[in-house]
Design a protein around this ligand. Structure first.
Ligand code: ARG
Length: 458
């Protein structure tokens, strides 16, 4: 069964049918297709374009199809070109000629634009929820670790001491921006293309405001050519998904580093690790690696759609059918990754002793030693040089700044007194970092409070 064919004199080649068909993947939005058709049929009845009776018959028929698909009674099969064809054929089979009136004042172009938008809109909310749940886990870890010291890195070299709460807070911020991007996308995309027809609207007195509100849109779109050929919202969504993956991938990389034998900052739970078929000692961070790896696939979907769209003249062209498979894949991939990542970090254990030792032995307090001198009147540039010399001595001896004797300090600068040890202790170094956004536990607790409020309200 085809929705067209009247003007054709022979059957389409089977290979063409296969190449052209989209039902293998667009059946994914059968619910949205039915929902859109119900809104359209309801509106047709209200406007007197079809009778109220016919409208009701169609709506009942569509609801019947929906529940039969959901219960497994009705199977969507590949013999139809697309989900729209399947629905119309099934409806006509069930309710007879009245079913043929459903498509009055509608084209598959505005229908598919609507279906894809409805599907994407739901997924924007789903991804938003997944990310929120990940942030809840991050915040829990932050609360428990405001005084768990670790080295902060630049260039992957130990730089200054921070805390686990501070490090995880950085990711909280990233995911906060991700959610705000999703929010913006939702706001921009939430307008209804139904009623745009093939490209130029229709001559029927459609009530587009009504269908838009039945489908929970803010209102109808304002240009029918744009309505059927706009996929910006999807590109924006794929961009937001790519950014989420970029964040998860950086985080994954850190998990792999921290979980390595050399670092041992964390230990992943057995339930979130895998072994080797040959090396019995192995416990590998495969989940983190896979998340990092799948990032490429999501970027690929974004690049693919941008490229598909770049040469398409107005209005609808079949190229746009290519918006679906990779988008579906990207959306499912991101949801899977976020949720697994959440489980992985919720179950991993920190090794505070290793982290603290690492911070102590990496001269992460060198800046604080220089600041100590500055507070005693030494210009910063000179202080920097003095501490540099001290570090050199420590490297030669294989010790930390904390291990130098006062005499050794004084030999390089007489300004040093007994209080240097307290000034460069890890605790002091972190506690004194009290500017907003810094790791000092007092200011960190204020930030955590803000984050709690954010999760309650957004
Ligand atoms: N399967 C098509 C798509 O995904 C539906 C729209 C078909 N419209 C058309 N004029 N051929 O884009």
């Amino acid at each position: 069964m085809k929705l067209w064919g009247g003007r054709f004199t022979k059957e389409t080649d089977q290979l063409v049918n296969n190449f052209n068909a989209s039902i293998s993947f667009d059946q994914k939005f059968y619910r949205q297709d039915i929902r859109g058709s119900i809104a359209h049929a309801t509106m047709l009845g209200k406007q007197g374009i079809i009778s109220e009776d016919e409208s009701k018959k169609i709506v009942d028929g569509l609801n019947g199809i929906l529940s039969d698909i959901e219960s497994g009674k009705l199977e969507i099969t590949d013999e139809y070109e697309d989900i729209h064809t399947f629905m119309e054929a099934t409806l006509i089979e069930r309710i007879g000629d009245t079913g043929k009136k459903l498509h009055t004042g509608r084209s598959r172009n505005d229908q598919v634009a609507l279906d894809m938008r409805l599907y994407t809109r739901d997924e924007v909310l789903n991804v938003n929820q997944e990310v929120k749940e990940l942030m809840e886990v991050i915040l829990k870890i932050m609360k428990e670790n405001t005084e768990t010291y670790m080295p902060g890195f630049t260039h992957l070299q130990k730089a200054q001491p921070v805390t686990v709460a501070h490090h995880f807070g950085a990711y909280f911020e990233m995911f906060k921006r991700d959610r705000s991007r999703l929010h913006d996308i939702y706001e921009r995309m939430n307008y209804c293309p139904l009623g745009a027809g093939a490209l130029a609207g229709t001559t029927y007195p459609l009530d587009r405001e009504l269908t838009a509100s039945l489908l929970d849109f803010y209102g109808p779109t304002l240009n029918s050519m744009d309505s059927v050929s706009d996929r910006d919202y999807l590109i924006e969504f794929l961009n937001a998904l790519s950014t989420i993956m970029m964040h998860l991938s950086r985080f994954s990389e850190e998990i792999c580093i921290w979980n390595s034998n050399e670092y041992k900052f964390i230990e992943l739970d057995d339930a979130y690790s895998t072994g080797s078929s040959i090396m019995p000692q192995k416990k590998n961070p495969d989940i983190a690696e896979l998340v990092r790896g799948k990032t490429g696939r999501v970027y690929g979907a974004l690049m693919s759609l941008l490229t598909t769209m770049k040469g398409i003249p107005l209005a609808y062209n079949k190229d746009m059918q290519e918006d679906k498979e990779l988008s579906f894949d990207a959306i499912d991939t991101v949801k899977g990754c976020v949720s697994l990542f959440k489980g992985m970090i919720a179950t991993m254990r920190f090794n505070p002793k290793r982290m603290e030792d690492s911070a102590k032995h990496g001269f992460t307090n060198a800046t604080d030693a220089a600041d100590y001198l500055v507070k005693k009147g030494v210009p910063f540039r000179d202080a920097h040089g003095i501490v540099g010399q001290l570090v050199l001595t420590c490297i030669e001896k294989g010790i930390a700044l904390d291990d130098l004797t006062l005499d050794e300090y004084k030999a390089i600068s007489p300004v040093f007194e007994q209080d240097i040890y307290d000034a460069i202790s890890l605790k002091t170094c972190v506690e004194k970092r009290l500017t907003l956004g810094a790791p000092g536990p007092d200011v960190m607790k204020q930030v955590i409070e803000k984050y709690e409020g954010y999760l309650l309200n957004d």
